[in-house]
Ligand binder design. Structure first.
Ligand code: TMP
Length: 407
């Protein structure tokens, strides 16, 4: 099946098809099972501009609204990461006496709180009203709306242009990427910096981390695709820096064309991507074959454990787990519940498979024999705090980069 690239309009082939999927963050109550929404989860990679993308992302308002269940502040590791990112961005503004920093997708204020505390001018743009309220409650200025060119023009009219714009795990969520990129170009001062990070497509492919593919992630960026996409809006990629978070992310630093020196790291990364064959069709075909193997192995491991009478739970009702659970066909008779620290998810059921979501206390109390680490991107933090589980013989099941029981 061919489709049209959302960035450059070239004919683009669908290379991965996960079939019918519920909304990744569509945790629901039992009386909502009958009205659950599904969409087709299909991924295409543009041979022309290199952008990996969903073919039909659902309408943004279905995903980002007053009931958005993801609060960024649930991970200690991410809190530390955001504190460092806030400091890096502020350092880049040191030429300005009264810097103004805008964050796109500011969620519960995990990053901007560091500016709010110090009286630094800032503004968060966040379309999900519930998380934006949480940010305001900690003193973070938050505008509740989607970021696009119109929002950018209104912010400029009210506050002036920004010294820096930052977005973490957000640009890949914005389906109307051209309006957002044009908005960044309009909002950013002539000598300003746009810093964003997102899961890196090369890491997703290399690690078979196919659970990163879900409705909210409309795009899967690489250095090559970012350079081309934002270049169309007069923004130049001037630096890149790999990040260890979310199983492998890339930080992209952009400025207005010609306003800053371009780091040699940009060229080196582009060359590395080309040399690795990331953008060739065979890379995606290899990825697809590994995805199928991963599905077979995870299902057969869970079935074997059940046959042997073991009780298995899921750890972390992540958005990513919706792809794994539904694509693999995991049901509540294989995983009896998923434990999660987020109050908004507890007492509900997982999208599609309707596995019950329980509070974190249930993990120790119910003494499962094994746990599937759905929040694998927080592995070090979770294994460290759940040492008691392993000490009493509990088994961690992981599936990235491959399916295994941790030894
Ligand atoms: P994320 O992978 O998108 O960051 O989502 C993480 C989810 O996992 C979120 O619902 C919170 C949950 N979680 C826990 O339940 N316990 C933990 O220790 C961590 C780090 C996350």
């Amino acid at each position: 099946m061919t489709t049209q690239c959302a960035a450059c309009g070239a004919a683009t082939e669908v290379l991965l098809d996960f079939g019918k999927m519920p909304l990744a963050n569509g945790f629901l109550a039992a009386d909502q099972f009958g009205v659950e929404r599904f969409y087709e989860l299909r991924l295409a990679c543009c041979p022309s501009c290199r952008l990996a993308q969903l073919v039909e992302p659902p309408a943004p308002a279905l995903m980002f609204n007053d009931a958005y269940p993801f609060f960024s502040s649930t991970s200690r590791r991410m809190a530390a990461h955001f504190e460092e990112l806030a400091a890096d961005v502020l350092r880049a503004c040191e030429g300005s006496t009264d810097p103004f920093i805008v964050e796109l997708g500011s969620n519960d204020g995990i990053l901007l709180q560091h500016y709010a505390m110090r009286g630094i001018r800032h503004l968060g743009v966040e379309p999900s009203a519930n998380v934006a309220r949480a940010a305001r409650a900690r003193g973070v200025s938050s505008l509740c709306r989607f970021f696009d060119l119109q929002a950018a023009n209104e912010i400029v009219a009210t506050h002036g242009q920004a010294d820096a714009i930052v977005a973490a795990n957000v640009m890949c969520h914005i389906a109307d990427i051209h309006s957002a990129a044009a908005g960044v170009a309009a909002l950013l001062r002539r000598d300003g910096l746009f810093v964003f990070e997102d899961p890196y497509w090369a890491d997703i492919v290399a690690q078979t981390a196919y659970d990163q593919i879900y409705d909210e992630h409309a795009f899967y960026f690489s250095v090559a695709s970012v350079e081309r996409l934002f270049g169309r809006h007069g923004l130049e990629l001037i630096d890149v820096a790999p990040q260890a978070v979310h199983g492998g992310s890339m930080r992209y630093v952009l400025s207005h064309q010609g306003s800053r020196r371009v780091s040699a790291r940009v060229r080196e990364s582009l060359e590395r991507e080309e040399a690795s064959g990331l953008h060739r069709r065979e890379a995606i075909e290899g990825f697809r074959a590994r995805v199928e193997t991963s599905r077979r192995e995870l299902l057969s491991l869970l079935r074997r454990l059940r046959r042997e009478g073991e009780r298995v739970v899921g750890y972390g009702a992540t958005s990513k787990s919706t792809t794994i659970i539904n694509y693999c066909g995991i049901t509540a008779d294989l995983i009896e519940c998923i434990v999660d620290t987020t109050p908004a998810k507890q007492g509900k059921f997982s999208p599609g498979a309707h596995i019950p979501i329980r509070g974190h206390g249930e993990f120790a109390a119910s003494r499962p024999d094994a746990a599937v680490l759905f929040a694998w991107n927080h592995r070090a933090e979770i294994l460290d705090k759940e040492r008691a589980f392993r000490d009493r013989g509990g088994k961690w099941i992981v599936f990235v980069p491959s399916v295994c029981i941790l030894q």
